[in-house]
Design a protein around this ligand. Sequence first.
Ligand code: GLU
Length: 237
Amino acid sequence: MKKVRTRFAPSPTGYMHIGNLRTALFEYLIAKKDGGDFILRIEDTDQGRKVEGAVDIIYDTLKTCRLNWDEGPDVGGNYGPYIQSERLSMYKGYALDLIEKNGAHYCFCKECELEAQRKEAGDSFKFVDPCKNLTKEQIQEKLDHNEEYVIRQTIENVEKTSYYDEVYGQIDVDADVLEEQVLIKSDGFPTYNFANIIDDHTMNITHVVRGNEYLSSTPKYNLIYDAYGWDRPTYVH
Ligand code: GLU
């Protein structure tokens, strides 16, 4: 059996609160019950929303509650770095690989084009990306002209997608409600939505334990795991 590895992955976009601590406690207990590892990872890809002092509060709170981590930014480990902003160089390569595997595509749309679609569609807005129809040559031409782009997830030929959550049970979702989310932003930074998958996979995380606000995004993450041919983790929302 694989060694259990859980992670606490807070974003320093605000001060740690009791909900975060509760998540960390479950992650710690799930790992320790089976002699596994509890990892601390700081998810700071949203640099614009970073709050001064938030990381120190994370360290202090976990230490005060004796939720000692086996690997993390300050103690190191075999799967580092444990701060996302120090892992930036690897995400782009994974995104390009995902394009090759038809799990993502370049999108050169400007915000105004998205806005026009949004206005027309009203409440039922779901972005239909014209860039999916670009030929390889057209894409190359745009790249050669240094046109700004993002890399978006491609969701095609999927009708339904399902997964099992240890708390919520079977979750079935119609693929047409899933947005083709941005994975790499125009500044080259990954979104949380992409970085969490790459990090959980490359850090050998077995159990993803997090708040239930991520239940509805998880089907999109699963399609990315599937596109790479990677095992999905066990989910505990
Ligand atoms: N960085 C995310 C947050 O703070 C964590 C989500 C996760 O554990 O995957 O909400």
